[in-house]
Design a protein around this ligand. Sequence first.
Ligand code: ADP
Ligand code: ADP
Ligand code: ZN
Ligand code: ZN
Length: 748
Amino acid sequence: MTDHSMIRVRGARENNLKNVSLDLPKHQITVFTGVSGSGKSSLVFDTIAAEAQRQLNETFTRFVQGFLPSYGQPDFDRIENLSSPIVIDQKRVGGGSRSTVGTFTELLTDLRGLYSRHAQPSAGLPVAYSFNAAQGMCPECEGIGKTVQLRLDRFLDESKSLAEGAILHPEFKVGGWIWKIYAESGLFDPQKPIVKYSKTERQNLIEGLPEGEERKVTFGGFAYQYEGLSERFARMYLTKDAASMSERKRAVFEQFVDSQTCPLCHGARLNQAALRSLLNGKNIAELCEMEAHHLLEFLKDLPGKELQFEMTFLLGRLEQLVGIGLGYLSLDRETVTLSGGESQRLKMIRHLGSSLTEMLYILDEPSVGLHPSDVARLNDLLRELRDKGNTVLVVEHDPDVIAIADHVVDIGPGAGTHGGEIVYQGNLAGLRRSGTLTGRFLTQQLPARKSVRQARSWLSVKGASTNNLKDIDVDFPEAVLTVVTGVSGAGKSTLVFDEFLTRYPDAIVIDQSRVAANVRSTPATYTGIMDEIRKLFARASGAPASLFSFNSEGSCPNCKGLGVTYTDLAFMEGVTSTCEVCGGKRFREDVLHHHLRGKSISDVLEMTVEEALNFFKEKKIRVVIEAMSEVGLGYLTLGQPLSTLSGGEGQRLKLAMELHKEGSIYVMDEPTTGLHLSNIGLLMKIIDRLVDAGNTVILIEHQLDVIRQADWLVDLGPGSGKAGGQVVFAGPPAELHRSRESALAEYV
Ligand code: ADP
Ligand code: ADP
Ligand code: ZN
Ligand code: ZN
C-alpha cells in the first residue's frame, strides 16, 4: 500500500537545485528557509507549485486547456501525492480602478444584496448598486469616481530645449531611448527651447502628427513609432498600465497628473438613484468609505435578528479582514494602491472563506509589511488554513513565522551554485541545534549600534497630511541612517513616498522592483561592463566591438541574441525553448571563434562574478564585479537574464552600483524582504558604508535587527488608518524605552 501522507519529491534539478529529494508532510505547515538565492523558490515555486499546476491543468479537456497558461514539466525525476495548488503571492491585485477591496473580497456583492433587499426608499425597485454595471455607474466618470488629466506645466519646462531636458518626466530623460524618439525624430531642433517652437512644431511635439501622417524613428537597430508627448503619456500611464505601476512609478505619475474627484458623484462612483437609497441613514458609498473595523461596528448595530442572520457571511469576512490587520482599509480603496503584503493578506481572506479542503497552499514571505505585533495574527491565519485540512508551504525568513512550523526545510548552504541542497529538515528544535546558517542565526541577534552617528543637518517635511497623516512635521537627519517604523497602515509609505520624496525628488529609491529594462538585460549590460568586455574582445581579435554584442550584428540570427525562442500559440500562453541554432549561447558561431585569454564571449557570460574576478584585471571591470561580490552576488553569472533575479538580488545589484557615490539620499522600502537573517548583516554593512561615505539613508523596516542598527528612528502610529498618522517617537533607539506611546519599545 502506498503512503499518501507525504508529498514525495525525487531528483529536483530546476535552476541551482542539486538533485534534491525530500518528503513533505501533508496537513502540516512546512516553512522553507535559507539564504537569498539558495534555491527556495526554485524548489517551492518552480518545481512543486509548477508541477502541481501543470498536473491540474492536464485534468481539463483540451478545449479548457487552451485557455490556461501552459507549463513545461520542471526538471525532476518524480513527484507524488500533490494536491491542487493555490499560490498566494505578493503580486499586486490588478484590475485597474475598477477593482477595489470591496469587489476583490466580494464584500461589496454582499453589501449590494443587503441594499437591494432592505434599503429605503428603493427596496424592491430595480436599482443597481454596482459601479461596474451600466445601470449603476455614475454617468459622468463612468464608475471611476475621478477624472485624470496630464499637467503640461509640470511635464514640460518650455524655457529649455530637448537637449537641456525640457521634458521633466524621468522616463523621458535626456539620452534615454524615449527621449531619442523626440530628439532624433528630425521634427525638431534638439537645441531649440520649446518656447521658440513654431505652432506646428509645438503641436507635433505635444499632440503628435496630424491624422494620417506617420513617422518611424530608428536608432540602436530598432524602429520606433513617433507619437506626441501627451499620446505617449496617455498610453504609458493613463490606460490599463496604472494597474501594474510600482509604488515609485505611481508616485512619479501622480506628480504629472491632475486627478479630480468626479463633480457629479463626488467619488462615490454610483448614480444618483443608487446614492439615494439608505440603510440606517447611510448610502452604500458611505459604507464603503468607512474603515473596515468601523463598518463592522455599523453593521453589527443594524437592528433585527433576521438581518443579523442574513449578514453572517458578510460579518465573518469583515472580521477576518480586521483579524489579519487590515481593519484600516475601506472597501472603496483601489486594490492597485495596496502594497504587496496587503495584497497577499487580502488574497488569504478570499481563500479562508472557501470551504475546499485538501488544497496545497503556497505562500511567499507572508510576513512582509507586517509589524512584529501583526505577525501573531498572520500565524493564526496560517494555522487556520492548515486546520481546515490543507497543506501549507511557506517561504519565510521571519523567526516568528518559522516558529510555528510543524516541519522546516533549510536549503543551502550558500547561494547560487553554492546552494541547492537540503541542509536540514525536521522540527524547529532540531534546526536550532543543526548548526546550519539558519539554525545559528535564529539564536543570535545583531547588536545595537554602539554609538549613533550625528546629523549633519536636517531635511524637513512640514505639514504632512496626505492619506492618514495628521498634519505632522518630521525632520530627517542628513548623513545618518533613519529607520521609519510603525504598524501596517500607520502611514510610513505615505510619509516617505508621498511626502518626503515629493520634496526631495532627487533621492534615489532602491526598491525590489525588477531591474530589467528589456529581455536582453544581464548583470553585464546593466552595470555597463559589457561595453568594456566587448572592447577587450575587439582588441584581442581585431574584429569590431559591435560583433560581441548580443543586441546587434554578432547575435544569433535565429533567437536574435536571446538564447531562447518563443513560440506563440494563438490563445495559449506561448512556450519558451532554448534556441536550436546557438544552443542558448546567443551568438553567431563565427563570433565564438574569437577568444580573449582562451575564452569566447559566451564563456565569459557564463562566468560567475567570482570566476570573473580571477579572469579580469582591468580596473573598470574590477570596480564593478568587486562591488557585486561585496553585496553578496558573487554567485551570479555575468550573462544571467535579469528577469530571473529575485527581488532581493535585484536590489543588491542596484546597491552595488551605488557603492562609490557620496552625498546622495537613498530611500528603501523594507530592504530585508527576501533576505535571510545572515544576509541582513551583509545588507547593513553595505548601508553603513553608504552612510559613512556621507550619504543619507532612510529605510522603512520592521526587522528588529535593522531597527536596532538605526541612528535615528521615526515611529509612526499609534494605530493604523485614521488611528495612525502621528509621530509617536523620533530619536535614537536607545531613547525608545522612554516613549510610552510607541508599540515598538517592547520589541527593541
Ligand atoms: P531563493 O528563492 O532561495 O532566493 P532561487 O530559487 O530564486 O533562490 O534561486 C536559486 C538560484 O537560481 C539563484 O542563483 C538564482 O539567481 C538562480 N535562478 C533563479 N531562476 C533562474 C532562472 N530562470 N535561470 C537561471 N538561474 C536562475
Ligand atoms: P504603512 O506604510 O505604514 O503601512 P500607508 O502609508 O500605506 O501605511 O497607509 C497609511 C494610511 O493611508 C492607511 O489608512 C491606508 O489605507 C491609507 N492609504 C495609503 N495609500 C492610499 C491610497 N493610495 N489611497 C487611499 N488611501 C491610502
Ligand atoms: Zn462620478
Ligand atoms: Zn540562438
